[in-house]
Design a protein around this ligand. Structure first.
Ligand code: HEC
Ligand code: HEC
Ligand code: HEC
Ligand code: HEC
Length: 211
């Protein structure tokens, strides 16, 4: 009984040894120029798991941006803006539109709750001469798809964090390619603050003390 088992074990281990020898012969070290090459090639289909975020991003319309050392993807925006294209109505100067009594009040649903009125008004970010684009503080044109460039003028700290991936949210997986939500995917530019919700101020400690 014991002997038979030993023989089986002997055959099994010598078979394994042969297998290891054969496979290591097949995969000569020189197959890869460096360890980085080896990781890159072998991780492509690691145990059938793809180490790429591509499949999670398939249905998203994304654009590539480069800010400093960081190149990543953000969601396209124009197609999500209800009243885009603006120049469907904004064909004439604003004063003309505003003094036209026949027109109904436009954008009544937009109330600016952002900063002090002396700091920000509609014309800080929108230009009457080119409504289809946003406008920088130095009167440069900024696409609605790249509106983070508008925000970064005043919120450089959050922008730096966002660029590096510390502020905001990553889309898809942690593997490359990197795709991240842009500022307007989370913050409404007209009312960027978040309202405090019930659990965020609920203090269980004081509740304990009350008992
Ligand atoms: C359906 C027509 C229509 C569309 C589309 C439209 N606007 Fe307007 N908008 C108006 C009219 C009319 C006025 C002027 C009357 C008013 O302010 O009520 C106006 C005024 C404005 C003003 C000035 C508001 C103020 O109080 O000074 C801004 C800024 C503006 N629009 C931005 C935009 C932007 C940006 C878009 C596109 C994303 C857009 N509009 C799309 C009709 C439109
Ligand atoms: C801090 C900059 C900023 C200010 C100030 C600002 N906007 Fe905007 N506005 C934006 C950005 C950015 C977008 C695009 C938002 C997006 O991508 O959804 C936008 C979008 C819009 C749109 C399109 C919204 C839609 O969903 O169709 C209208 C209309 C508009 N703004 C009008 C105004 C008016 C009127 C004012 C003044 C009361 C104003 N904005 C002030 C930055 C600003
Ligand atoms: C011209 C300067 C300027 C621009 C451009 C600007 N902001 Fe602001 N933002 C301010 C100021 C000023 C405040 C108020 C600062 C404070 O309370 O600390 C503020 C406040 C905020 C807050 C905090 C709101 C709160 O209630 O706590 C958020 C979030 C924010 N902005 C996001 C954005 C986003 C997103 C954009 C781009 C669409 C943007 N800002 C563009 C000047 C700007
Ligand atoms: C995935 C969502 C998300 C994205 C993307 C995002 N933010 Fe925020 N941001 C938040 C949340 C959540 C807070 C915290 C709000 C709170 O504490 O009430 C915040 C806070 C802020 C504040 C207030 C900070 C303070 O100290 O009060 C500013 C300003 C701001 N964000 C600007 C930006 C700018 C500019 C961008 C783009 C470069 C951006 N955010 C992108 C979710 C986001």
């Amino acid at each position: 009984m014991k002997n038979k088992y030993h023989i089986k074990l002997y055959f099994a281990s010598s078979f394994m040894l042969l297998f290891v020898m054969l496979s290591s012969c097949k995969e000569k070290e020189e197959k890869y120029h460096s360890i980085i090459d080896k990781i890159e090639v072998e991780s492509k289909d690691y145990h059938g798991i793809s180490t790429s975020s591509d499949i999670y991003l398939e249905d998203l319309k994304l654009i590539e941006i480069t800010e400093g050392e960081h190149t990543f993807l953000i969601p396209e925006r124009k197609s999500k803006i209800k009243s885009y294209s603006c120049i469907e109505c904004h064909t004439e100067p604003l004063e003309k539109l505003q003094n036209n009594k026949k027109l109904k009040e436009a954008h009544w649903d937009i109330k600016l709750i952002h900063a002090d009125k002396n700091t920000l008004n509609c014309a800080t970010c929108h230009s009457g001469n080119d409504m289809n684009n946003l406008k920088s503080l130095t009167d440069r044109k900024i696409s609605f798809n790249l509106s983070y460039k508008l925000c970064m003028q005043c919120h450089s700290k959050e922008f730096e964090d966002w660029k590096g991936g510390a502020h905001g949210k990553r889309l898809g997986g942690w593997a490359q390619p990197r795709a991240s939500n842009s500022c307007v995917d989370c913050h409404n530019p007209h009312k960027p603050g978040f309202e405090t919700r019930f659990p965020s101020w609920y203090n269980t400690k004081t509740e304990e003390e009350r008992k």
